[in-house]
Design a protein around this ligand. Structure first.
Ligand code: PRX
Length: 650
């Protein structure tokens, strides 16, 4: 049973009153230090974004900044540019040529540094490898790799030749990978023999083999040798090629393909409120402008910074703030392969100390874990290089925010709490660290040029309600791959094509600050990972013993939410611990370990309305130990009362 008060996190947010003005020393050197930037961008957002886009290299200028046919936007219409040219070639002329672009640390302790010249050469070579394998402009390429520099090389090489990448997080199962490859119609898969996690080998190639058995569009698989013999990976000479062998033969230069601003850059799958993941489509010019500008102004990037975003490149945070945003700024990025507690719980702080990391960006769930491990781990390391901290992925509880400020930031680093989504491409709500006062638990204000609002059901501004975006922005998704109707329904129909519906609840305080309160739809946020209740339910009912299942995100002190499942078994099947384990393992096999239910509760019936709809709200009340909400619409109100009694006896 949950022991803590599950609503305490939300209550703490609603009652928070502390304010921290930006430290003067920070403001004095900040990239954004003139408060006029907000008013200037609000007056003419298109001019603001055009100014930002103008800092990139375009091979053909745009003729129109924004073409808005709700709900479809086009940015920088008529313009041409290449993303890899902006992230690499643009930095080669001067001394940045020999500056570190990627500093990489593998989990076993191996290290690599790639300068901008090195990365440019690797990307050019791999672009030629891709071309040699028959990949060209508009082709889809799937990437299923651990956190190794080759992941960034593969992504950038796709952008160089105009291929569309679809990166799948290495923790997803073969079935999830297959579904994503097939939806994207990928011609090529790039994977590795394995990866390292907590001293163990992740069998990526074995999972990839299992997936591509039923992927008719895949013609070849490129395999990076990361682990070597120990991985025991199979190799099919008819389909597989080794990355290092192809690279050894590849020519050193490859001209960047000029791309239209609205050409597709990548697809990234995320969970929605149905069982089927959505392929979020991002395009070239607007996306790059958005991630370039937000990285520069929110993370205050300077030439000498070492920027560490702890996300995996399999998520949007890795796309935008490990690869494209920082490299477009010519920054030094740190990339780490493994977990924070291996070989010990101070691994992150050792890395900060070793490489003199200056900007550190992580998720609230990680911060809460560090809190639980205790402050002696960071205290034992020299963290004096840090000058700015960030968080992303879920609401941060004020207690974790204060701990982060004190024990990691040593009270001198501003904290940028950044709100955004896979769909938004880049950050939309966050402080500008030299300008905006911060409040623990608030993502503060919309980024210049972004129009956000909290509205009620009718769409009128409200102190508490739903977060919406009232104007298009450059990094916004353009559609859902192969399903434009779902794009319209999910994000635009709710407010008749006028506002973009985020799916998040929020409130606004007297200073106009935004406080994000979590999802209002059937999407769970487990340790900052987005998982759909329906996806887990489908995996559960796929098990032969399960008749029916309902899944909720139960409030959890560490993870934000935990996957909690209520399951009815088929007739004559008896619940047992054995079966419980088996069903959990089935979900892991279907989706991946990130979706493993924390608890499964066997019940003879689920609470349903008279029309047969499962009342998840009541299940949440049961799982979080609350007084039951309104049960009058239930077909049989006795079911939920019985369930509550059973649950409490557990
Ligand atoms: O609920 C919000 C939460 O994460 C959701 C987006 O998830 P995903 O597309 O996986 O992207 C995560 C990384 C950008 C949002 O709808 N979320 C993200 N950042 C915050 C947040 N909730 C509160 N505060 C944040 N800073």
């Amino acid at each position: 049973m949950p022991t803590e008060d599950p609503q305490s996190a939300i209550r703490a947010l609603l009652e928070e009153k502390r304010v921290f003005p930006p430290p003067k020393a920070f403001t004095d050197q900040a990239n954004a230090r003139d408060g006029a930037i907000y008013a200037e961008a609000a007056k003419d957002p298109e001019a603001f974004w055009a100014r930002m886009a103008g800092e990139l290299k375009w091979t053909k200028p745009w003729t129109k900044v924004l073409d808005w046919n709700p709900p479809h936007a086009q940015w920088f219409v008529g313009g041409q540019l290449n993303v890899s040219e902006n992230c690499l070639d643009r930095h080669l002329a001067g001394w940045r040529r020999n500056k570190a672009a990627i500093i990489w640390e593998g989990e076993p302790g191996d290290e690599r540094v790639l300068t901008y010249a090195d990365l440019h050469r690797e990307v050019s070579k791999f672009s030629n490898v891709l071309k040699g394998l028959g990949i060209g402009k508009g082709d889809r390429v799937n990437i299923y790799l651990p956190m190794i520099p080759e992941a960034a090389v593969a992504m950038l090489a796709c952008t160089r030749i105009g291929a569309v990448h679809s990166v799948v997080f290495g923790g997803f199962s073969a079935e999830s990978l297959r579904e994503r490859i097939n939806d994207a119609g990928a011609k090529l898969l790039i994977t590795a023999d394995g990866g390292w996690r907590r001293g163990k080998i992740l069998p990526l190639k074995a999972v990839a083999d299992e997936a591509v058995k039923d992927c008719p569009t895949i013609t070849k698989t490129v395999v990076v040798r990361r682990v070597g013999e120990a991985a025991g990976a199979s190799f099919d000479p008819a389909r597989d090629v080794w990355y290092h062998e192809e690279m050894a033969k590849a020519a050193l230069t490859c001209p960047p393909e000029p791309m239209d601003a609205e050409d597709m850059l990548y697809v990234l799958y995320t969970s929605g409120s149905t069982g089927k993941p959505k392929g979020i489509v991002h395009t070239t010019g607007g996306y790059l402008t958005h991630v370039y500008a937000t990285t520069k102004l929110i993370f205050d990037l300077k030439e000498e910074d070492v920027f560490w975003c702890t996300a995996d490149v399999g998520w949007v945070t890795g796309h935008s703030y490990i690869v494209y945003g920082p490299l477009a700024n010519g920054a030094t990025v740190l990339m780490y392969e493994g977990s924070p507690d291996f070989p010990d719980k101070d691994r992150f702080w050792r890395i900060v100390e070793k490489y003199r990391v200056t900007i550190f960006y992580t998720a609230p769930t990680a911060i809460r874990t560090f809190m639980r491990w205790g402050e002696s781990y960071p205290a034992g390391r020299d963290l004096s290089s840090l000058r700015l901290l960030g968080t992303v992925g879920e609401p941060i509880n004020p207690e974790a925010w204060m701990w982060y400020q004190e024990h990691i930031g040593r009270k001198k680093c501003p904290i940028v709490d950044t709100w955004w989504q896979t769909e938004t491409g880049g950050i939309l709500i966050a402080p500008l660290p030299g300008l905006t006062a911060t409040k623990p638990g608030s993502a503060t204000l919309a980024f210049p040029g972004i129009s956000a609002e909290v509205v009620n059901d009718a769409g009128d501004p409200a102190a508490a309600g739903y977060l919406v975006l009232t104007k298009p922005w450059p990094g916004m998704l353009r559609t859902i791959l192969n399903d434009d109707k779902r794009y319209q329904q999910t994000y635009w129909d709710r407010y008749r094509g006028v506002f973009y519906f985020t799916g998040d609840g929020a409130k606004r305080d007297e200073d106009g600050f935004f406080w994000l309160l979590g999802r209002v739809d059937d999407v769970m946020n487990v340790s900052g990972h987005r998982i759909s209740t329906m996806e887990v339910e489908s995996a559960l009912v796929d098990h032969p013993a399960v008749a029916e299942a309902a899944v909720i995100g139960r409030a959890d002190e560490m993870k934000g939410q935990a996957v909690s499942a209520f399951v009815t078994l088929k007739a004559h099947i008896q619940p047992s611990d054995e079966l419980l384990k088996e069903i959990k393992a089935h979900v892991v096999k279907k989706i991946g370990a990130l979706a493993r239910p924390e608890d499964i509760f066997f019940t003879s019936e689920l609470p349903k309305t008279r029309s047969g709809k499962i009342m998840r709200r009541l299940l949440r009340d049961v799982a979080e130990g609350r007084v039951l909400g309104d049960t009058t619409t239930l077909a049989d109100p006795g079911v939920v009362a019985q369930l509550k009694r059973q649950y409490e006896e557990k």
